[in-house]
Design a protein around this ligand. Structure first.
Ligand SMILES: Cc1cc2nc3c(=O)[nH]c(=O)nc-3n(C[C@H](O)[C@H](O)[C@H](O)COP(=O)(O)OP(=O)(O)OC[C@H]3O[C@@H](n4cnc5c(N)ncnc54)[C@H](O)[C@@H]3O)c2cc1C
Length: 657
């Protein structure tokens, strides 16, 4: 779910209540027709991954421009057998700051030209998506295009399909939003300076080499969904993975210890694309509830929760192998027996940290029926505020039972007027359940609501497959919010199973919602699954959670000043979310849907794995090529000009002294 839910979720909820469904968006990737690997063999590389940068190609580039060609050369070799034991102590080395446009050290036009030529012309100079609305971009000023961007700004596909845009312009700095006043100024702000529209792996290798050798800031953009805007950065070179749409399905994949169905997914494949491919292939894939999130990018890197999680575990648990270009520019395979430390770190340790993942092989599951339930209840003449919250608490009292049965709940609690509140299922999801089974499962909960005098009208629908249920349940998300800010918390089982802890949790939640926040809740508990490798770096707090709650911060007008945004963020982090942290000590939060201001983000987002993740960061990225806010090792850096609690990406990236 999204920070913009604070403006849109109530609308979505109302539409859902009215029984309206959004049409599913068109899918871009298609199932490749491939010969399965020979029995016992692991998947080969995609064709785009076979087009690797070679020494011969570098020599050809050198013949064209011997002065600048060294800027494209590989970094030092690193082997997975190299120790990471002393690297933890090593500070990041290199110049004080990344070079910035206008700096004397910024690469020359000739250097950029050589780089672009070597890329086959794939370098794109950034034009902000909304630039056609502004007179100060005369070269692209276009009223019709401006109108289109304005009309579609909330549609995630618009931002996914742009090389440098992000779904959340808040941390970009709001420097070029759609406007009907063309006399305002549009600047690049936190957007990258250049992007590489990648279609083959050699372009990723060239981009990493160029950024490392020139000390230009590097970012990786897939869909731009991350709540903390981890895919953007002022003055950066962006690697845009969106076009890597290759997708293969193997009905009987056999690799090392694994035997069963699997997908091989290029880094740009989105959730709705793999779900559609799974439906066509007669299987079920593990992904989230948002159609446009990239599976092989930030989703798996962050852990990845799914309606399937209560049955089979996290998205990252499903990974059999990954192809990844390391910071030194070399492409390697990470799996149980090849770079096993990277295999561990890339499955939960966060995106944009250890390299650029170009593809993954993930386990798929048999087709399953899914039954969903929706209903809502409101405060009103028959439901007092206390009764409303007792109803929410009644649901929480069944969390453990529901997840133990494999159910997943996705729900909203939001203020809809003075003293008025709405609870809405979006939906309650019974994976591998028939309607009678779900009806039996929820009966005690419905009985509790009836006992409280809360009347509900459950709408129970049985679907023949995960994809049918997905299309019947999850519409497109609304994005583009320029003032909304969100955070989250993973609540352990006992927070709901133990009555006193449940009461404290409910009180902390109630406080935040009655103060103006919005709750997007998940009743979810990743299942233990012996059929996959769960020895990975997914935040340990996930393993004991039965509640993952996202909190939307105070609602603000779009005209809010930076100071007002910072003030609202301060309230959310230090008051509302503090109460959530206080009732769940030692637990954590989800890095991919987290508070950019999370105090002690290392503990909250990575838990006890942080020291090992940090040591591996130093081992594989000793010069600090990769940076993203709240990513492993980001505490070694700062961005100039940031204001507390409103940390935009539009300053220079510098090493902490
Ligand atoms: C509306 C909405 C709904 C969501 N629903 C869910 C959900 O159901 N389940 C869930 O688990 N999460 C969900 N999320 C969170 C989502 O998983 C994260 O935002 C995730 O990081 C998005 O990854 P991305 O690659 O699509 O996006 P990006 O923002 O482009 O990338 C996220 C991070 O990963 C890095 N990255 C991207 N690709 C690569 C790559 N190939 N190699 C290395 N680094 C890379 C980026 O640099 C960035 O740091 C949702 C988010 C939103 C906004």
């Amino acid at each position: 779910m999204s920070p913009s839910l604070w403006s849109s979720a109530a609308t979505v909820a109302v539409l859902a209540l009215a029984g309206l469904q959004f049409p599913p968006a068109a899918a871009g990737a298609s199932v490749g027709s491939v010969s399965p690997p020979p029995s016992g063999a692991c998947a080969g590389k995609f064709a785009f991954e076979s087009a690797e940068l070679t020494d011969a190609a570098l020599a050809d580039i050198g013949a064209k421009d011997s002065t600048n060609a060294p800027l494209l050369s590989f970094g030092d070799d690193i082997s997975d057998s190299d120790s990471d034991s002393d690297s933890a102590a090593r500070p990041p080395s290199g110049p004080a700051c990344k070079v910035f446009p206008g700096d004397a050290a910024w690469p020359s036009t000739q250097a950029w030209n050589l780089f672009n030529t070597s890329l086959g012309g794939a370098l794109i100079k950034t034009v902000p998506l909304a630039a056609p609305c502004y007179d100060n971009w005369p070269q692209v000023r276009n009223a019709a295009q401006c109108q289109y961007v304005t009309d579609h700004w909330a549609d995630p596909h618009l931002h996914v399909g742009d090389p440098s845009s992000t779904q959340w312009p808040l941390f970009e700095g709001r420097t070029c939003l759609p406007t009907d006043d063309p006399t305002q100024n549009c600047t690049l702000g936190g957007y990258a300076a250049y992007s590489v529209a990648v279609t083959k792996v050699s372009q990723i290798q060239l981009a990493l080499n160029f950024a490392r050798n020139t000390n230009v800031r590097l970012v990786v953009k897939n869909t731009g969904h991350d709540f903390a805007d981890k895919s953007i950065g002022a003055g950066a070179l962006s690697i845009w993975t969106h076009k890597l749409k290759d997708l293969n399905f193997f009905s009987d994949y056999r690799c090392k210890g694994y035997k069963g169905p699997a997908f091989q997914l290029g880094a740009g494949v989105e959730t709705e694309e793999v779900y559609r491919a799974a439906e066509l292939s007669g299987v079920t894939a593990v992904g989230g509830e948002c159609r446009t999130v990239g599976i092989a990018g930030g989703y798996i890197a962050g852990g990845g929760h799914s309606p399937m999680s209560t049955l089979v575990g996290m998205g990252a648990d499903q990974v059999i192998s990954l192809q990844v270009v390391l910071p030194n520019g070399k492409l390697v395979t990470a799996s149980e027996d090849s770079y096993p430390d990277l295999y561990w770190a890339l499955r939960g340790g966060g995106g944009s940290t250890y390299g650029v993942v170009t593809s993954v092989v993930v386990k798929a599951y048999p087709k399953i029926p899914v039954t969903t339930m929706t209903f809502s209840f409101l405060t009103g003449p028959n439901v007092t505020l206390d009764t409303f919250w007792a109803g929410v608490g009644a649901y929480m009292s069944h969390f453990d039972r529901f997840t133990s049965a494999g159910a997943y709940g996705y729900f909203l609690v939001v203020g809809i007027g003075p003293g008025q509140y709405l609870f809405n299922f979006m939906p309650f999801w019974g994976g591998n359940m028939t309607a009678p089974q779900l009806t039996t499962l929820v009966a005690p909960f419905l009985g509790d609501l009836a006992g409280l005098g809360i009347a509900v009208t459950p709408n129970i629908t049985e679907y023949s497959s995960y994809y049918q249920a997905f299309n019947g349940s999850f519409g497109p998300e609304q994005v583009g919010a320029s003032v909304g800010h969100a955070g989250s918390r993973l609540f352990p089982r006992d927070n709901f199973a133990v009555p006193a802890k449940r009461a404290a949790t409910l009180a902390a939640v109630r406080y935040a919602i009655e103060a103006g926040g919005t709750l997007v809740g998940y009743n979810i508990r990743p299942a233990a699954n012996a059929a996959v490798n769960q020895a990975n770096s997914v935040n340990p707090a996930w393993r004991d959670a039965t509640g993952f709650f996202i909190l939307g911060g105070p609602s603000l007008p779009v005209t809010a000043t930076d100071a007002e945004i910072a003030n609202a963020a301060h309230t959310m982090t230090t008051d509302w979310l503090k109460r959530w942290r206080d009732v769940s000590p030692g637990s954590g939060a989800y890095m991919s849907e987290g508070d950019i201001n999370e105090p002690d983000f290392q503990q909250a987002f990575y838990g006890s794995y942080y020291p090992r993740l940090y040591a591996l960061k130093k081992k594989y990225d000793p010069t600090g090529l990769f940076y993203a806010p709240t990513a492993v090792g980001s505490e070694d850096w700062y961005i100039t000009g940031q204001i507390p609690y409103y940390p935009t990406q539009n300053g220079k990236l510098c090493r902490k002294p």
